[in-house]
Design a protein around this ligand. Structure first.
Ligand code: SAM
Length: 443
């Protein structure tokens, strides 16, 4: 059972909105010589035996200084905490790619290379349609030995004419990796995470040997029949000619979509050229520029509504300003401002009167600009936030504060260039005839 944990100090009362600190990161912080059977954090230690409890439970540290919330593991948490064997695809990219490839429960997606398994986990969730639990687990394919003479480990590629009926099986990730150890470790991790019936890992050089499957227990006759392909390889253009309907790697009944993940434009352009040669269309080049936007609501005086402040007792507490408090405060500020404006008008009237009488010495009258703050400064900001009274003495609800947006100054994730393309189904004479029958051209 894979457990993810969310660690918080004992005084915290906002666990739901906090960002979880993944287990693997915390493990790295353990001082050398510490007990490897417990998770040691700055809030205390947590014996592993105390963490094997249902997701959602809370566990106190042995010192009582903090607690853990056991979270259900997700692909996002795994991507943040997995042991890196290669560069990995991060969530902003994988979510966009899976969306563009139209991967959904029941889809069959080819992935090469599998690397550290980050994208594998994201796609496993996307294709999962719940039927796997009822099926006997499919054991991941064994490590194939690469033929020392040819470098090829592929069994002969079968034609698929008898296999098309088997395309409506459960969703599956068909993952290929030519580094033997990486393939073996990923297989082991998937087994631990209970995903071995959803993902099939094959040790294979897909450029040299294509995408056929060696394990007949998959019940799809050695063919992948995929509708989606994700290539994260140094030279995807060498693997693309191995993807076609004739050899059974792509679905014969549905359009196929591909995404190639390449770090430089030259590679992306080379990929596009080969895709065109191979009949793929609608080539599209995308770069995901992930930038976090922080949206907050500012209350009177530019203070954040609902922020943490230090209470007189010394403990942190969440102090949120209620709408009523805010409105009352703003009304008082409006009243003070109006009083000042009235005083200003009164002074000016007196000045005009004295000028007319030939004695304009306002100093005696205490005409002091500092007393009449027309610009308002902070106060103006509050008034702006408050807006005008609506005539009934009540303020509109949207006057709860000003919404401000801050953006991260720099992009944090490095993204590659994503080349997308579609291989449509061929349009046959029978299709044309059927279409004419269904949609007759008006005379
Ligand atoms: N997408 C992966 C992830 O999210 O964790 C990372 C993939 S990593 C950048 C690229 C992987 O492709 C490496 O593990 C490498 O061994 C594998 N690879 C390179 N050439 C390959 C080939 N011809 N066939 C299969 N795998 C290959």
């Amino acid at each position: 059972v894979l457990q993810s944990v969310l660690i918080l100090p004992a005084s915290s009362n906002t666990p739901a909105s906090s960002t979880p600190e993944p287990v693997a990161n915390l493990k790295r912080k353990q001082p050398s010589g510490s007990n490897s059977n417990s998770l040691n954090t700055r809030f205390g230690s947590f014996p592993h035996s105390s963490l094997l409890i249902p997701a959602g439970s809370q566990v106190r540290s042995s010192s009582g200084a903090g607690f853990i919330h056991i979270l259900r593991p997700t692909p996002e948490l795994w991507t943040l905490s997995l042991p890196h064997r290669t560069q990995v695809v991060y969530t902003p990219d994988s979510s966009y790619i899976l969306h563009r490839l139209r991967v959904r429960p029941g889809s069959r997606i080819i992935e090469a290379g599998a690397g550290s398994g980050s994208f594998t986990h994201a796609s496993a969730r996307a294709v999962y349609n719940g039927v796997h639990e009822k099926l006997p687990p499919v054991v991941s394919t064994g490590i194939e030995t690469i033929d020392s003479a040819t470098g090829s480990d592929a069994p002969s590629i079968e034609t698929t004419s008898t296999q098309t009926g088997s395309e409506d099986l459960q969703g599956r990730v068909l993952s290929f990796e030519f580094h033997a150890d990486r393939a073996a470790i990923l297989r082991h991790e998937l087994q631990q995470h209970g995903l071995h019936s959803v993902v099939t890992v094959t040790h294979r050089d897909v450029c040299a040997s294509g995408f056929s499957l060696p394990d007949p227990s998959l019940n799809i006759g050695g063919n992948t029949h995929a509708t989606a392909v994700f290539l994260d390889l140094p030279a995807p253009w060498l693997a693309i000619p191995n993807l076609n309907r004739a050899n059974g790697s792509l679905s014969q009944t549905k359009a196929a979509r591909i995404c190639c993940f390449s770090p430089c434009l030259e590679q992306a352009l080379r990929t596009i050229a080969v895709l065109r040669e191979q009949g793929w269309v609608e080539e599209d080049l995308v770069e995901v520029a992930h930038k976090r936007l922080e949206v907050r609501r500012l209350g009177p005086g530019g203070k954040e509504i609902g922020t943490k402040s230090r209470a007189p007792g010394g403990d942190d507490e969440l102090k949120s300003i209620s709408v009523e408090d805010s409105v009352g405060r703003l009304k008082r500020q409006l009243w003070h401002r109006k009083a000042k404006q009235a005083k200003q008008r009164e002074l000016m009237a007196k000045k005009r009167k004295l000028d007319a009488e030939g004695d304009g010495n306002l100093e005696d009258m205490g005409d002091d600009d500092s007393d009449v703050d027309m610009d308002g400064g902070e106060e103006d900001e509050a008034i702006e936030a408050a807006g005008e009274e609506n005539g009934s003495g009540k303020l509109h609800l949207f006057h709860q504060g000003r919404v401000v947006v801050r953006t991260e100054p720099e992009l944090k994730t490095h993204t590659s260039y994503l080349v997308f393309a579609v291989l449509p189904l061929p349009w046959t004479e029978q299709d044309e005839a059927a279409a004419k029958l269904k949609y007759p051209i008006p005379p």
